[in-house]
Design a binder for this molecule. Structure first.
Ligand code: ATP
Length: 378
């Protein structure tokens, strides 16, 4: 992936005052660890109050680093961070109004649930009566009111994570930063907790910055999804937009799956590399002649490809079935395209569809995605 392919948000044109309406803003933030790689590369991003902003991307792409920089647990190498319109440079973590929830819960083993939740209030010298009232209130909201006297070792994973969330919320922070909070839980509990975090966030009107590498979690939780790769933002926007109109092949493959077919444009067709004779008619929606010439990759999701004879006037390619995997009501098949083709298409077909060894494959125009040689959506 070239640097040019990273599509970050339009840079803010350095107003003298920070935007007071944003919950947080990062302007051209970069972070290099001493002697290490560039963990954040020119991140410009803003989150609105009451939004869930989800940072998603593969391991090592910089999600945790960005969260830690927001919380003040790490310093930035260059660029600025504004929290509620105030420059956060030099502001201590406990004064930033950003509370962290960690993947490993990070509870004090010798303290009770109540003492764990109340701990930040004790540190800020909140009087005991108020401390107790706020602890009880947040514990009731999180449905752990009956567990206040237990120690962490007497709790399930899901209960421990609720305590971790309670300890973050009890300070009534402006922003809650969650670093893979559900990844230690089993699949079923993860789905339940996800819905609860969403409900809680809406009830309390919190701004949440949520880190995950799970695309389903990201799509289901986000008001704004930020797909990161190699320390940079590939795409930031509404989750529907990132899914239906991925800005780069990386985003397309990370949020869901996408077959990427490489080839060259000749007249009005896209000739697939290594698939003699087969060509895809360029989608009509790419109207600008320059854009039509620039197509270097065509993408199509496995669920949008159809195995069978196409309707008249639709393109199709021939292929050879190489594998078939039952998923339940569907089957994921792999088809090698062209007679001596190198490219493989993965296709979801109904599980009961009869398939022969030689097949034809097609898709609707509107389901094709086109990218140029630098990986930018056309
Ligand atoms: P994961 O999903 O695996 O937690 P991540 O997207 O959160 O990954 P980061 O933890 O932010 O990624 O790491 C970004 C990059 O910075 C990685 O290349 C990592 O090796 C590097 N890095 C992180 N912490 C340090 C550190 N303390 N010193 C040096 N390099 C670091």
């Amino acid at each position: 992936m070239t640097a040019a392919a990273h599509v970050s948000e339009a840079p803010v044109s350095s107003p003298p005052q920070a935007d007071q309406t944003a919950a947080f803003e990062c302007r051209a933030v970069s972070k290099r660890y001493p002697g290490g790689a560039l963990a954040l590369d020119d991140i410009t991003l803003r989150g609105e109050p009451g939004q869930v902003v989800v940072l998603v991307g593969p391991s090592g792409c910089g999600k945790t680093t960005l969260l830690r920089c927001l919380a003040g647990l790490d310093s930035v190498s260059s660029g600025e961070i504004y929290l509620q319109g105030r420059d956060a440079a030099g502001v201590q973590p406990h004064l930033r109004g950003v509370a962290m929830v960690f993947q490993n819960y990070a509870l004090y083993p010798n303290k009770t649930v109540a003492q764990n939740i109340a701990f930040p209030l004790r540190m800020s010298r909140v009087p005991r009566k108020e401390r107790d009232a706020r602890t009880r209130e947040i514990a009731e909201i999180l449905k752990i009111g009956h567990l206040l006297d237990r120690r962490p070792r007497q709790l399930s994973g899901g209960q421990k994570q609720r305590v971790g969330i309670g300890r973050a919320l009890v300070r009534r922070p402006a922003i809650v930063a969650m670093d893979e909070p559900l990844s230690n839980l089993d699949a079923q509990l993860r789905v339940e907790m996800r819905a609860e975090i969403r409900a809680l966030q809406q009830r309390l009107g919190m701004t949440v910055v949520y880190v995950t590498h799970d695309q389903t979690e990201a799509l289901s939780l986000a008001d704004r999804i930020v797909v990161m790769n190699g320390g940079a933002i590939e795409q930031a926007g509404a989750p529907e937009e990132a899914f239906t109109a991925p800005a780069t092949p990386f985003v397309a493959g990370f949020l869901g799956a996408m077959n990427l077919m490489s080839g060259t444009v000749a007249a009005d067709t896209f000739r697939l590399t290594g698939a003699a004779g087969d060509a895809i008619t360029l989608p009509r929606w790419i109207s600008a002649p320059d854009a039509r010439k620039a197509v270097a990759t065509i993408g199509v999701r496995p669920e949008h490809l159809v195995v069978g004879e196409p309707p008249a006037d639709r393109w199709s390619v021939s292929g050879h079935l190489v594998s078939s995997e039952l998923l339940g009501t569907e089957r994921l098949v792999a088809v090698r395209i062209g007679h001596h083709g190198e490219q493989i298409l993965r296709i979801r077909v109904p599980a009961d569809q009869p398939l022969s060894a030689e097949v034809r494959v097609w898709a609707r125009d509107e389901h094709l995605h086109a990218f140029d040689a630098a990986g930018k959506r056309l």
